[in-house]
Design a binder for this molecule. Structure first.
Ligand SMILES: *Cc1c(COP(=O)(O)O)cnc(C)c1O
Length: 421
């Protein structure tokens, strides 16, 4: 469900026509719907309510925009962070440290020290080596670091290889068969409070089976650890639930079905649960709004060249991802076309041989479901400015990231020896 709808023949975000935003903010531009973000947060809360009082920690990497984080903070969500930059963004948005989970395979000592002093809920640690470093940092600070170990359950998630994280040869987590020993070692290290177990097997999962298999591994480990006197208080089940991107494709499982599965599997665990949804909360709450620069004839199909490119929205180039592309004012005519950006890479391709609304030069198009891993992954490649972001909330809208021109040479320091004489 989202709040992008056609009214009087034009695509709107809530009550605002997209052409108004294009005119005033320029294109390309990301447009987010506050009502959709709130709706998704509430659907997720309702779906997980039967599992007790879970911590729902938004995966900040999906969309770190301060306005988005502020909306989610107001909805009571916490944050799953993977860098100290994300920690600061979450704190600045009003998310309390005891609702922050620190994930990631490469936290460095400075990052650990700052998050520890801030009082995060848990460090999700991915190796015994990392646990040793965290122990040193905690001793140095005179504090106790709350620790959960991330388990790699070795299940195939059935998603794109680049967003699969729970197979044996993945860099993430501790192999399940080594988990008991890792917990024993960590529980003997000074400065640590071993309290949690965590798992995250991948993203854009469209089947509950691999999730259920990995959660069962978690349950077995909780029981085995209790037997050894290692008490687990928090089981963090990660994120990963997929969203519908492509019309006509089977819909991914609903949050309610996911919640019911978790409730069934986690019965008797006697722990608090945590979740780290990213995409599910924001993907369908955003579009990338672009303008057609020109239509160039092609050998098989015309090339629709738009002013957005792979630097603005990397998912098609990186994951072969599908984004639905719609005219903001569809004429009713259709064409088969290739949709590309201006960047000098063949990978700068959004769609090939796509049956879509007929558009011409200067027409506006919307790339749907671009609210997750869109602006967050954008870059200035080809010396293109970072795309601005707009938040719509009912009838109002505001710019929530300016167009950032990284190519502004005047501000770049040239080394002294290269200065023109
Ligand atoms: C990326 C990530 C998430 C969020 O994944 P989604 O598919 O967006 O829900 C959650 N937890 C961890 C550890 C991650 O790396």
């Amino acid at each position: 469900m989202d709040h992008f709808d056609f009214k009087a023949g034009e695509l709107h975000c809530e009550a605002v026509p997209l052409s108004e935003i294009a005119r005033e903010a320029g294109t390309p531009v990301y447009v987010y719907s506050a009502a959709t973000i709130r709706h998704h947060a509430r659907v997720m809360k309702a779906a997980l309510e039967p599992t007790g009082d879970p911590l729902i920690a938004f995966a900040v990497k999906a969309n770190p925009n301060p306005a988005v984080l502020a909306i989610l903070a107001a909805e009571g969500l916490g944050a799953d962070i993977v860098s100290i930059g994300e920690y600061r963004q979450a704190r600045a948005a009003g998310i309390l440290p005891d609702r922050i989970l620190f994930s990631g395979v490469g936290k460095d000592k400075d990052e650990m020290a700052e998050a520890l002093a801030g009082g995060v809920c848990q460090f999700n640690v991915e190796s015994v080596e990392e646990a040793r470093t965290l122990s040193e940092v905690a001793i140095e600070a005179g504090l106790t670091a709350p620790l959960g170990l991330r388990i790699n359950p070795d299940v195939e998630a059935g998603t794109h290889a680049k967003i699969t994280t729970g197979t044996a040869d993945s860099k993430f987590g501790i192999p399940a068969r080594e988990a008991m020993e890792a917990f024993r070692i960590a529980s003997r290290l000074p400065g640590l409070k071993v309290q949690g177990i965590t798992v995250h097997i991948g993203s854009q999962l469209t089947d509950l089976t691999p999730l259920e298999a990995s959660f069962r591994r978690v349950g077995e480990l909780i029981a085995a650890l209790r037997n050894e006197g290692i008490a687990i208080d928090l089981a963090d089940l990660g994120g990963g639930l997929g969203v519908p991107y492509e019309p006509g494709q089977p819909e991914p499982p609903t949050p309610a079905a996911y919640g019911a599965m978790v409730e069934r599997v986690s019965k008797g665990w006697d722990v608090r649960l945590a979740f780290e949804p990213g995409r599910l909360i924001v993907a369908n709450a955003g579009v990338l709004l672009a303008r057609v620069i020109r239509v160039k004839p092609g050998e098989r199909h015309p090339w629709i060249i738009v002013d957005a490119a792979m630097n603005d929205l990397m998912r098609p180039a990186l994951y072969d991802a599908y984004h639905h592309i719609e005219a903001v004012r569809p004429s009713g005519d259709h064409i088969i076309a290739n949709v590309v950006g201006p960047v000098c890479e063949s990978g700068d391709t959004f769609a090939m041989a796509r049956d879509m609304d007929r558009v011409d030069a200067d027409d506006l198009v919307a790339f749907r479901s671009a609210g997750a891993y869109g602006a967050a992954m954008s870059s200035g490649y080809n010396s293109r400015p970072l795309t601005p972001e707009v938040l719509v909330d009912g009838k109002q809208w505001a710019l929530v990231r300016r167009r950032v021109d990284l190519a502004d040479c005047a501000s770049l320091p040239l080394p002294k020896w290269l200065l023109p004489r």
